[in-house]
Design a protein around this ligand. Sequence first.
Ligand code: NAG
Ligand code: NAG
Ligand code: NAG
Ligand code: NAG
Ligand code: NAG
Ligand code: NAG
Ligand code: NAG
Ligand code: NAG
Length: 776
Amino acid sequence: MSASTVLLLLQLQLLASLVSASHHWGGTMNYAYKGRNPDGSFKMVLRGKDTYDSCSNYHSWNCYTGNCGSVTSRKITTIDLSTNTPFYKSQWCETENVETWRVPSDKPFQLRVASCCWITTRNSVSDWRLESLVDLGTRSDTGEPNRSPDIAVLPFIRVPQNCPRTYKMAVFDADGDEVMCRYGNLQGIECDVCSLPSGFSLDSDSCTLRYQSTSADSSIFAFEMVVEDFARNRIDLSYSDGSKMSKSPLLSRGKTEGYTAGVYAGTLPAATVSPTSWGGAEPSYNTTAGNPPSPGTTSFAQNRNGSPLSKLPLQFAFLVDPVVPSCQEGQYLPQLVAPTPAEGERILAEVNKEVEIRVKAQATHSSIQSIVISGPTNITKHKDTNNEFVIRWTPVPDDLGEHYPVCFAVESVSGSSVYQSEMRCVLVEIRKKQIEATVTCTESTMKVEVKKASFFGLEEDHLQLNDPSNTICSLDRLSNSTHIVAIIPLNECGTQIEEDDDYLIFKNEITTVEDDPNEIITRKHLVEARFYCQYPKRGNVTLNFSAHRKNVTVWEKGFGTFTYQFEFYQDDQFEAMFDPNSYPLEFDIGNRIYMQLDASSSVNNTEMFVESCRAAPYDNPNYHPTYSIIENGCAVDSTVQTYPTSNERLFQFSMEAFKFIGLHDQVYISCTVMMCEAGNPNTRCSQGCMNSTWSHFSSRRKRETVVQSGKHLVSQGPLRLRRGADPSRGTELNLNPNLVFVVGCLFAAVGMVCGVLLYKTKTSRVKYQSLPSYEN
Ligand SMILES: *[C@@H]1O[C@H](CO)[C@@H](O)[C@H](O)[C@H]1NC(C)=O
Ligand SMILES: *[C@@H]1O[C@H](CO)[C@@H](O)[C@H](O)[C@H]1NC(C)=O
Ligand SMILES: *[C@@H]1O[C@H](CO)[C@@H](O)[C@H](O)[C@H]1NC(C)=O
Ligand SMILES: *[C@@H]1O[C@H](CO)[C@@H](O)[C@H](O)[C@H]1NC(C)=O
Ligand SMILES: *[C@@H]1O[C@H](CO)[C@@H](O)[C@H](O)[C@H]1NC(C)=O
Ligand SMILES: *[C@@H]1O[C@H](CO)[C@@H](O)[C@H](O)[C@H]1NC(C)=O
Ligand SMILES: *[C@@H]1O[C@H](CO)[C@@H](O)[C@H](O)[C@H]1NC(C)=O
Ligand SMILES: *[C@@H]1O[C@H](CO)[C@@H](O)[C@H](O)[C@H]1NC(C)=O
């Protein structure tokens, strides 16, 4: 007996000793064919998602009919856990149990689990009963072994009693089958109580559960649902022993007149839905309005007479909370906002490249607290310093060709109440490698080299970084005949910055150039490759992140090449500039800081406008929070003083060194500036200080004539408070760990391509934006 078998037995004994406790919260499973073993037997991977009080339990599937073979390996990983639970339970923990089975034949078999006890439920569900039908027979339509649907739901859902909500279960079928979700009806086998709780309705075709209304209760409803897939046309499954079994499709709904039950749909119109569409052939189900199915509508599957190819359990806990003052999303209930992906969105992934799903929620009357997720093994969740959530997952080689649903909801709290956002599920599809790239991180740059073949041979002039306006961001500079090459400063080219407790992450992407940046039709990019560099925050500060910033040179249509220079000066004569080698500059609180912004352009008759200036520890424009000095052309800091200048492309101002510097080791001042046609009264430049309602028109152009440029960011720094100037800081060089990198951290800097090419067809919605009315 091997060590692992002993361990397994010990685990089973441990499990046996626990099963009497009331601790079950639900579960689901699916299976995938993974080829033949050398001895001719079949290899199947069973993925069970099991939710219990503790993270060490799992469903141990037993063979009920057929020859199921046996488990050869098992790996249990925690997916997510939360302590936002009904009062009588301290936590739930969902695990994924990935089991490899050696199955002697590809004939169908049934697996079951049955035991006691669910946590206390209000709908009298006590025992847990789950059943699966596995069929690995070879399909006559695809020529491949049958695959089960990929399904998911959050293990624990909650909603206030007065807020009707719709929950779309994640169901996807790689064979293109029609997937139905019904309530369990085989008592003692699929379910314990077997009836949909009142106050809910279930649309089987679209796998949509609607909560309508019921009373709040401190205990949960246990949901005992079953998911089945049906071929769209009659097919045969053939088995290695030479036998065959015929599988009939569901009768098409609404087309049943004229066909008697049992007539199969070979004679019905062929399905028009693309076989890989998310959720199968769901009728367009109107989630905003539409006619909700009547309460208690459960199983059309029986009426429609097909024979399922596989059957999977889908069980979860649902809590109805007390009344909330308003059901409006964004008040108490968190509202999911951009960049959160839409329900059902497909996310393409590649092996060994990290997938990132960003989730953002807002609520005015509760505070955003956490996110709950369900997804594949090794999925992780993070919260960044802007209170946005990031779900990350990296496919391994074995995931190639698989599809994994990922579901999430954001939770907020107000007093002792916990509110959940709507649940959204997306589908991650792991495709073969498309991007050939390397990313190298240095102290101040990211270098990315991508094979042109990754972009279907697109040349560098059709591709760009996030913000290509600075000439150092041009992809023409370093690319050669075979590779797109770019060296990207961490604070330029639209590089995004993200910070969490341990890391600073800088990100950018290469996307296709839009034909005309002025056109009002916004398109999704045709292809994109995202990449990032991640730096651990603890350690030595690099010299280069403390270095004086160089001029910013920009090229823009209508304005030609122009250069912005941003420098600090000794006094209000603006003659003696601080030596670039003397940075970081040191100030005492209350000292005046003299700054000059200067634009030089190859085109005459232009003026410069300083729209905003802010201070922050990094001069990356995407860093938040910042300290505002000038906003919308208006001085915000009360010590700001501006000086009359000799020409319209020069801006001189000063302010007192401010406490904000002391909150950080060092800060940069970054200004958003733009160029306009001089003297034209219709430009943003000529409007001067304006309240924020006007700021939206700053990057507009007037018809064909270019009267103003886009916004550009120029920065200078760093500035520090003189050590000892603030007695509370002490005299030690006491580096704030929130601040930056180490010379030594380069070895730990991780560069990777985290995205994949997204093949977007140009059929996306046309969006019209109202034009500003400044021409009047
Ligand atoms: C959903 O219903 C609303 C209101 O009845 C209607 O305006 C909208 O067009 C419908 N959407 C779809 C996709 O049927
Ligand atoms: C999960 O992560 C562990 C540790 O990093 C790794 O050993 C394992 O292969 C991963 N498993 C999967 C399925 O990604
Ligand atoms: C193009 O650049 C890549 C990456 O820097 C390099 O590996 C390759 O050899 C270069 N090819 C040519 C033809 O110069
Ligand atoms: C720092 O920057 C300078 C000029 O910007 C560059 O020459 C030098 O190589 C950089 N040092 C490191 C270690 O990257
Ligand atoms: C920056 O621009 C100014 C004028 O715009 C020029 O005099 C100066 O030499 C430039 N500095 C560098 C380092 O290129
Ligand atoms: C710009 O103005 C200068 C002096 O006013 C003039 O000499 C020059 O020709 C002008 N250049 C252009 C491109 O108009
Ligand atoms: C901007 O708005 C504030 C209050 O909303 C007002 O006090 C101020 O005068 C406004 N400034 C301009 C330039 O309209
Ligand atoms: C900081 O940099 C110095 C010099 O490069 C190095 O000797 C030291 O180990 C570094 N410290 C850390 C914490 O990385």
